[in-house]
Design a protein around this ligand. Structure first.
Ligand code: SF4
Ligand code: SF4
Length: 783
């Protein structure tokens, strides 16, 4: 049978091209309306009654649910800082609404699902007009939105976005089928998501558009359609329905106006009970999220909305971290309700990728499920009301927030302690959920109140408290790295003079770990060669407190941070160059919370500038293929992506090769979040996974800009060499070492290192460490 002319591709193309404007003003493209109908199948009064009754029921059910959700969120702790931040920076809040919500910036980082979501999101915004029209049609079959309701461009836009929504959900269907967790298992980002609800949502969206086009098509045939031209998709449906005759079209029009409202209202109710709640609350969550994002600094501990002062804090009355779900702030609760279960965070999590039980998505979902199940308990207004609750609710209320399966815990300790704080989840989350803050909150409670944390990390904490460094080597060894340098490194003793430009913050690893010491020496040598005046704190430098803080021991962190701030302020430090991204992050972003405000740069930023200014000139070729590993706390947390790459570009002979996962999507080495001092017993080692990716580029050298990464990647390379999977010559080096190899010292006497600081130079005496010193390595079987 031949297809009718209007169904042929040229026919549809003609309709679309007309609709698109070529002939919008000149030629109506719809078929003639059918003849008059003697009576309507459903009187207008009945349409009104049914439509409004459906609306009232849906509004009541959805409203009740939203009120319940609001009250549940309010059982969380106050978060005055979120309101304050918005009040202080309303422009930033508005900007994120434009970029994140309306512009869908984060979603569009994933091209196909991003575009599909963009189409559906904007489709629903434009289709608000059709909802107005559907309500208007209840009252008058010839309703048109006053002023614009007969403009062909409006009809065209509505149909265009209706089709765009269909295209979007078709793409989502394919994506879901291709990533079916039943087939793909852990590899699927939907593993652990409520997939049944997701399919229902896709069906719901399809029905919204299908009922819309059906009633609009029928309206064209009954002569009730307000748009004379432009609504191309409705035209196509109208052609399909035309042969059914006037009576049937009139019935279809009424039935599908009501069906359209019923589907939209049903969808609206379903949204409030499902993950699609994000449609309503994601803009709010984005509005109250930390700006520019919840990476970089951890936030101070708060109890009842106030920053906790350890001098006065009382564990009996104050909240120490997150020990119960209601210890989350209302913003934390909002996070739980906003999760769309998209699994983008899960797909980027190094812990999940290497077979560990931590999935940032499932952590949020487990907390959410627990909060919802415990809600009647939290919302009960008296002990008597709580007593009357079903036993299942009381049991839920009794569950420990962190506990193993034997104790029926909500979050397993192995989940909690697997996190490296790499920030990939926060980076990816399209609705700005703050995973690291929640993980840190729970760790804080476990460490400070329960004293429950991986045993092997306890010696690190003790060393920090007693010796000021994680290895317990003590301050006397902090200058050993200077031995063998052919210039003196000034050591601060009193206020730094104006003749010293930078305080070089060496960091514990840089000062005490053998492999990192090589990088420290290279940085010092380069600064000296460039004539940059600098000094170090030497024995007065203590750990920044990063490992303690990331582990949850805010007490030890505060102690170390205050001590360092006192030292830095006493030295009148202004400009600091830090070699360790963890130190860099802590001093630049966390010390201001305690009154320590300094201008901090990472050594790769300073070296890149020196190269650009011609103060360092790489001349000796390094004929190697090099792949750069982005340290999480330098790259993702602090957006330093280009400086190390610029340095590599300037070294003649270097052939750079990016790994698949790089820059914002860089893959962790496994050391952050204090994981450096914990055993990695579950799954594959994260550093092994990373090195396998590096090896796939067949490098001669792997470069990085972090002492933790040097250690972790170095360990993995050693293991690969031992198993014959990596060539013996393969090295892991800091970018500074690479640059130092290429920069020839200027002729003549060495440039001044900036003159003496107020203290004397570091002793060049005999090495108490040196090449034969045992290598310091993180815990773990490969170390
Ligand atoms: S910070 Fe990194 S390791 Fe931790 S949950 Fe997020 S992605 Fe996973
Ligand atoms: S936490 Fe964010 S990224 Fe992860 S599943 Fe939920 S919405 Fe998606």
């Amino acid at each position: 049978m031949l297809a009718p002319a209007w169904l042929s591709a040229p026919g549809i193309a003609k309709i679309v091209s007309r609709a698109a404007g070529a002939t919008l003003a000149a030629a109506p493209c719809r078929q003639a309306p059918l003849g008059p109908t003697p009576h309507r199948e459903v009187p207008v009064a009945l349409r009104i009654i049914i439509g409004l009754a459906l609306t009232a029921v849906a509004a009541a059910v959805a409203g009740r649910r939203l009120w319940w959700l609001y009250r549940l969120a309010m059982t969380g702790q106050p978060a005055p800082e979120r309101i304050e931040a918005l009040r202080e920076h309303p422009g930033a809040g508005a900007q994120t609404q434009v970029t994140e919500v309306l512009g869908q910036r984060k979603l569009l980082k994933w091209t196909v699902p991003g575009v599909a979501h963009f189409l559906v999101f904007w489709g629903f915004i434009v289709l608000f007009l059709t909802i107005i029209e559907a309500y208007g049609d209840l009252f008058s079959t010839t309703f048109a939105i006053p002023g614009i309701g007969t403009w062909a461009w409006i009809g065209f836009g509505e149909d265009l976005f209706a089709v765009a929504v269909l295209a979007g959900i078709a793409a989502f269907t394919v994506i879901r089928l291709r990533s079916d967790p039943r087939r793909e298992g852990r590899k699927s980002r939907f593993a652990g998501s409520h997939t049944g609800a997701a399919w229902l949502v896709l069906l719901g969206i399809f029905l919204v558009v299908a009922t819309l086009l059906l009633y609009r098509g029928a309206q064209i045939n009954t002569g009730d359609f307000p748009y004379p031209r432009g609504a191309f998709a409705s035209q196509v449906v109208g052609h399909w329905l035309h042969p059914l005759g006037r009576g049937a079209n009139s019935g279809i029009e009424t039935a599908f106006v009501l069906a359209q409202l019923a589907v939209i209202l049903g969808f609206g109710v379903f949204v409030t009970y499902s993950k699609h709640l994000h449609i309503a609350i994601a803009p709010l969550n984005v509005l109250f999220s930390r700006r520019p994002d919840s990476l970089r600094a951890l936030q101070p501990m708060r109890s009842n909305g106030k920053v906790l002062d350890f001098e006065e804090a009382d564990p009996d009355t104050d909240i120490f971290g997150i020990g119960k779900v209601e210890d989350l702030s209302w913003k934390g609760m909002l996070d739980l309700a906003t999760c769309t279960e998209c699994g983008r965070c899960q797909s980027q999590c190094p812990a999940w990728a290497t077979g560990k039980p931590l999935s940032p998505k499932m952590l949020i979902l487990d907390l959410r499920d627990h909060a919802f199940a415990k809600a009647p308990y939290l919302l009960a207004d008296s002990d008597a009301a709580r007593d009357r609750l079903p036993q299942a609710v009381k049991d839920e209320a009794e569950r420990p927030l962190v506990g193993d399966s034997a104790s029926h815990g909500v979050i397993d300790p192995d989940v909690l302690w697997s996190c490296t704080n790499c920030g990939a989840c926060v980076e990816e989350c399209p609705v700005d959920i703050e995973h690291i803050d929640h993980i840190t909150g729970m760790r804080r409670h476990q460490v400070l109140i329960e004293s429950a944390f991986p045993a092997e990390a306890s010696s690190m904490l003790k060393n920090l408290e007693n010796k000021g460094d994680p290895w317990g080597m003590g301050e006397s060894r902090r200058l050993e790295w200077t031995q063998g340098l052919d210039f003196e490194v000034p050591v601060v003793d009193g206020p730094i003079g104006d003749d010293v430009e930078y305080l070089f913050w060496v960091g514990c690893a840089g000062a005490l770990e053998d492999r990192a010491r090589k990088a420290t020496r290279a940085i010092a040598q380069l600064l000296h060669t460039a004539g940059v005046s600098f000094a170090v704190l030497g024995p007065a430098e203590a750990c920044t407190g990063d490992p303690a803080r990331r582990m949850g021991n805010e007490f030890v962190y505060s102690m170390l941070a205050q001590q360092n701030i006192e030292t830095l302020n006493g030295a009148s430090a202004r400009k600091i160059v830090a070699s360790c991204p963890h130190c860099f992050n802590t001093i630049a972003n966390e010390y201001p919370q305690l009154g320590g405000n300094y201008e901090v740069v990472h050594h790769t930023q300073l070296l890149a500038r020196l190269v650009a200014d011609g103060r360092l000139t790489p001349v000796t070729p390094v004929q190697e293929k090099i792949t750069y590993h982005d340290p999480c706390f330098l790259g993702r947390h602090n957006r330093v992506f280009t400086a190390p790459r610029e340095i590599m570009e300037q070294v003649p002979g270097v052939q750079s090769q990016e790994m698949h996962r790089c820059k914002e999507r860089g893959f962790c080495c496994g050391a952050g979040g204090a994981r450096m001092w914990m055993e990695e017993r579950i799954g594959k080692r994260i550093n092994t996974e990373r090195i396998e990716e590096a090896l796939s580029t067949d490098p001669d050298t792997i470069s990085t800009g972090c002492p933790y990464c040097l250690v972790m990647l170095g360990d993995a390379v050693s293991a690969k060499k031992a198993s014959g999977e990596a060539k013996e010559s393969l090295e892991v080096v800091d970018v500074a070492q690479l640059l130092a190899r290429s920069v020839q010292p200027p002729p003549g006497p060495p440039a001044a290192s900036g003159g003496p600081a107020s203290g004397g130079p570091a002793s060049g005496g005999p090495a108490s460490g040196g090449p034969d010193q045992p290598e310091l390595t993180p815990a773990g079987p490969e170390s």
